[in-house]
Design a protein around this ligand. Structure first.
Ligand code: NAD
Length: 449
């Protein structure tokens, strides 16, 4: 059993804290957001993540998980301290390390024994060295000598599946320098990976870089398919058939190949921007990743233009928006493609009936001020009297919606599927005009001359 402090109690911090407590450790989660800490103490979670609430409640009741907003409660006497802090984009796309370095100062101001500081935030290569310098400087100012190590342990959990990813990880990447740091982390993670076959130990810089590399690959696959999809549309080709054919090749695989309206969320966009900024800083061009970002932005616009073109004018039209979170099974709307579309529709004078199975409360905070936005109680309510349905996030419940009933309640049976969740044939059969991504245009088939 280890005494652990988690600094930053967001998606990564809370999941990590709850999972480490589940394995029998004594964990205290710290956040500077007092309201968040108060509500966590009352067992109200600040976001939705399947399976997390049960884990948190169990650990709190067993007195293995605590919450605080005070560094002097979290740090003294702790063995390991995890950083799960925001690393947003600066204006130039580079990574803003101010949250990480501010936390490092607070840790050094409060530590009283050997401490292993483990960074889980996604950070530029060389950040562990910066954290080390900050810790040393603050300890010097205090006039004390206390040993510490800084390690990198990038987080690979996927929102929507985070608890399972954390309890049974595909890999645990540890970037560490000293034997003590490596052994401490190996011991801590042993219960998550009894065979130890998924623990990879490397130098710190390689671990930091590996996280960016993994996200760059995922984002590249998405933009790769989206770039092909818009071309496929011009050629009268169905990209989903192409995807299946490609994915059958085991060198390619079938994951992360769905065409759609692009990636969003709190990680991929900012991490690819940061990677491009790192390239710039070191005078090393990153044209592939620059294009991945440009294609991603263009993809949303391409979808919006398709809708705008169909209607001629969107002014006064009523659009049902299905799905607001950046992907299913989360309420996270950070950089969600749906938000981009909503903004464009509002600017064009449309009325919106929006719905998401989980993200609606978060959407209300962001969009309550717009009179043209109605918050629907379900996908049926959203579709009522609408001129078209726009599917922005492929929640499972939309798959099984009763389209006969939905179609009968709409002004016109038009469906724009931003995630290719539905089959064009099925939708045509029940009388919908259906537009997917990278599928032959149902109105005006543009075939290659
Ligand atoms: P988040 O915004 O959900 O949580 C960060 C928390 O840190 C917030 O609650 C904030 O109040 C708190 N905080 C800010 N400054 C603080 C300080 N000085 N001291 C204590 N708390 C402070 O962020 P997140 O989504 O959990 O991401 C954290 C990091 O993990 C980021 O670098 C992100 O790129 C990376 N990451 C995220 C995911 C994901 O799916 N969300 C996955 C892998 C990696």
């Amino acid at each position: 059993m280890k005494k652990i402090a988690i600094i930053g109690t967001g998606y990564v911090g809370l999941v990590t804290g709850a999972c480490l407590a589940e394995m029998g450790n004594q964990v205290i989660c710290l956040d500077i957001d007092k309201e968040k800490i108060e509500s966590l103490r009352a067992l109200n979670l600040p976001f939705f993540e399947p399976g997390l609430e049960e884990l948190v409640v169990r650990a709190v009741e067993a007195e293995r998980l605590f919450f605080t907003d005070q560094y002097n409660e979290a740090i003294p006497g702790t063995d390991l301290c995890f950083l799960a802090l925001p690393t947003p984009s600066n204006e130039d796309g580079s990574c803003d390390l101010s949250y990480v370095l501010a936390a490092a100062e607070e840790i050094a101001a409060n530590m009283d024994n050997y401490l292993l500081i483990v960074n889980k935030s996604t950070v530029p290569i060389g950040t562990a060295e910066k954290v080390t310098e900050t810790l040393k400087k603050t300890l010097d100012e205090r006039g004390v000598t206390i040993a510490f190590d800084v390690a990198s342990n990038p987080e690979f959990l996927r929102e929507g599946n985070a608890v399972a990813d954390c309890l049974k990880p595909e890999r645990i990447l540890i970037g560490a320098k000293t034997t003590k740091a490596k052994e401490l982390l190996k011991e801590l993670y042993a219960p998550f990976c009894p065979q130890q076959d998924r623990i990879q130990i490397t130098d710190i810089r390689s671990a930091e870089f590996a996280k960016y590399a993994a996200n760059a690959m995922l984002a590249t696959r998405i933009s790769f398919m989206n770039n092909l999809a818009t071309l496929a549309e011009k050629l009268g080709v169905n990209i989903d058939e192409v995807r299946i054919a490609m994915g059958a090749d085991e060198r390619i695989g079938n994951k992360y190949l769905n065409a759609g309206i692009g990636f969003g969320g709190s990680c991929l966009p900012k991490d690819i921007r940061a990677l491009c900024a790192i390239g710039k800083k070191y005078g090393h061009p990153t044209p592939l990743f620059d294009s991945v970002l440009a294609i991603n932005e263009e993809q949303r616009n391409f979808f919006y233009e398709k809708i705008a073109r169909f209607f001629g004018s969107l002014s006064g039209k009523t659009l049902a928006i299905w799905g607001l979170s950046f992907k299913p099974n989360t309420d996270d709307m950070r950089e969600a493609p749906a938000l981009y579309l909503i903004q464009k529709f509002l600017e064009a004078g449309a009325h919106l009936r929006i719905y998401d199975p989980i993200a609606l409360p978060k959407a209300k905070i962001l969009l309550n001020r717009f009179d043209q936005v109605y918050f629907a109680s379900d996908e049926y309510d959203a579709a009522e009297n609408s001129d078209a349905i726009i599917l922005a996030t492929e929640w499972k419940q939309f798959q099984f919606a009763d389209f006969e009933k939905i179609g009968a309640s709409m002004n016109s049976k038009v469906f724009f599927d931003g995630r290719n969740q539905h089959s064009p044939d099925k939708m045509h059969k029940i009388g919908f005009i259906y537009f997917g991504i990278g599928q032959p245009d149902p109105i005006k088939e543009l075939v290659c001359p």
